[in-house]
Design a protein. Structure first.
Length: 198
């Protein structure tokens, strides 16, 4: 499940970067003027400089893509772990009387109320650790996720606006579609796993 989703997410991000690298090559072969989406002091009209700038562009976009997807996957994994711990905690609460009776029978001088109180206290401590983990996750990544959501929504709108004017059979359409899928996956991860915790 989660590993497959992560591989698909990484694959989509890297495929988008590969297509973004193919554009300048195709345009250069067709004789069009190339403009990279960043400033450089190098004259990349020369073949050697073009390859260097192109490789730099590919490296930089892949680095950002992998870093971004790794952060998204990490946060989603921590939220999923908290969900799993909440499920374990629920089962511990549901089996509290049975576990208390079993422990009372095992010990000669066991008091049912004392064992029940001890097990209940362990459950409360377990819940507190889960709540602390979620609070720490929110404290560390909350603002970053908010900004990412805001920017992701804006980028999604801009990409959807752009895709309308692009030829459906072009590399640009494919890369824009993959980019939209990446942004949607990013937003989906936070929404889905965040909802699973509640």
């Amino acid at each position: 499940g989660a590993a497959r989703l992560l591989r698909a997410y990484y694959g989509c991000a890297v495929a988008t970067c590969v297509l973004w690298t193919i554009f300048p090559v195709v345009y250069k072969l067709r004789g069009f003027r190339i403009e990279f989406p960043f400033w450089t002091f190098l004259d990349y009209n020369q073949p050697v400089m073009f390859v260097i700038v192109l490789l730099h562009s590919f490296y930089a976009t892949n680095l950002v893509a992998v870093g971004n997807t790794t952060m998204d996957a990490f946060i989603a994994t921590v939220m999923y772990q908290c969900k799993t711990q909440l499920r374990i905690l629920r089962m511990n609460f549901e089996t509290l009387p049975e576990r208390t009776r079993a422990l009372t029978k095992e010990s000669v001088n066991a008091n049912y109320e004392e064992i029940l109180t001890k097990l209940l206290f362990e459950c409360i401590q377990h819940f507190q650790k889960i709540a602390d983990t979620m609070a720490l996750l929110e404290q560390v990544f909350g603002l970053a996720v908010l900004v990412q959501f805001t920017v992701g929504g804006w980028i999604l709108c801009m990409a959807a606006y752009k895709i309308v004017s692009v030829n459906v059979l072009s590399f640009e359409f494919a890369s824009t579609t993959l980019f939209i899928v990446c942004i949607l996956t990013e937003l989906f991860l936070y929404c889905y796993y965040g909802n699973e915790v509640t």
